[in-house]
Design a protein around this ligand. Sequence first.
Ligand code: MG
Length: 443
Amino acid sequence: MFGTSGIRGAVGEAVTAELALDVGRAVASEGYNRVVLGRDARESGQFLGDALSAGLREGGADVVRVGVAPTPAVARAVEWFDGDAGVVITASHNPPEDNGIKLWTASGKAFGPADREAIAGRVQAESYDLARWDEIGSQSRLEGVIDRHAETLREAVSLARPLSVVVDVGNGTGGVTADALTDLGCDVRTLNAQLDGRFPGRPSEPNEETLGALMAFVAGTDADLGIAHDGDADRMMAVDERGRFVPKDALFALFARAAAGEGDRVAAPVDTSLAVDDALAAVGASVTRTPVGDVYVAERATEPDVVFGGEPSGAWIWPTETLCPDGPLAACKLVEQVTKQGSLATLVDSVDSHPIRRASIEAPDNKAVMDRIHELVLTRQAEREWTVDTLDGVRVDAGDGWFLLRASGTQPLIRVTAEARDAGRAEELAEEATALVSEAMGE
Ligand code: MG
């Protein structure tokens, strides 16, 4: 039922009012007594929110509804409004026909595996503790969550000078970025700023393919940079002043380098580029690897010497601010960095990028094949001087490069990633990884 980013699927099929009602009942039954509930701009979010609220109240929880708001604002509002959990009705960057449910703890961190299991288990078993007739929960409506988010963003950064910024909101809930940057003195222009859960302006996922209009607009004007968010604004990607999409790994390296000092650690999933390791080594800091998924990055970011966490998909976490990936905060942090360290194009060019190879190999029983790969790697580890990490799939660090083998969770595939500082070596590592898969499959 739950993926690492919550529940997501097609409205009227996987995601229904009945499911929302049951999740509400389950959350209340788990003992959460005051729940902050918000949603993204999808119209289906109205009835899903009503159903979820009904389930929460039936289970005895008081519901604080904050309306349409960025996911990070709702996650932060759990603490602002003395809640003990938060719920966002959103399918993030998925197409408009989908919707979903993301759950947040009181600390603004996404529900982890155990919390998710508890909810899913109750829904599957239809096991709820419903309230007595005179103990049903209340529902109230609190306004101003977006203004408060904007205020928090303004306080989180200090700009050395105002910049000219273009914000592509993608018809999602990230308009708060434009508000905060305007208040900070920047000259802000927006694209796709009207809230519309049908995402008429561009697909909701911000990437090099979907941000053509932003890239052209920034290149054609005197803007210092462009910012883009996904539908619920927990993600942020950027475009430099020349109109170039900033590669995800470069953005990660820039944030990591700015956040970390001597002895600090930065949380990053096992598939993160060496560019981040290199950027951190230059300031005496290091990477701590996590399974793939921003919830695992957030979990690691609670450790005291972890000053930043990132997921190259565009989720950026500054744990002293919030454990929820906050796209508008990332936008303000990037603007701050550019005002202090020079143009974004110059900053991006200062990050070394390395050749990376990706492939998918068909493997019908991919979990069993991964077990065999693990055994094979362990038998070769000592002789090859590999460092092996099995946090998520099998990651082999060969000193001058690495490869990662992971079973796809949804398809009968094994995904291969290999990276090294030169192209020939990356190719060699990719071939070695592919050969391991063949061997494990008995070919
Ligand atoms: Mg999102």
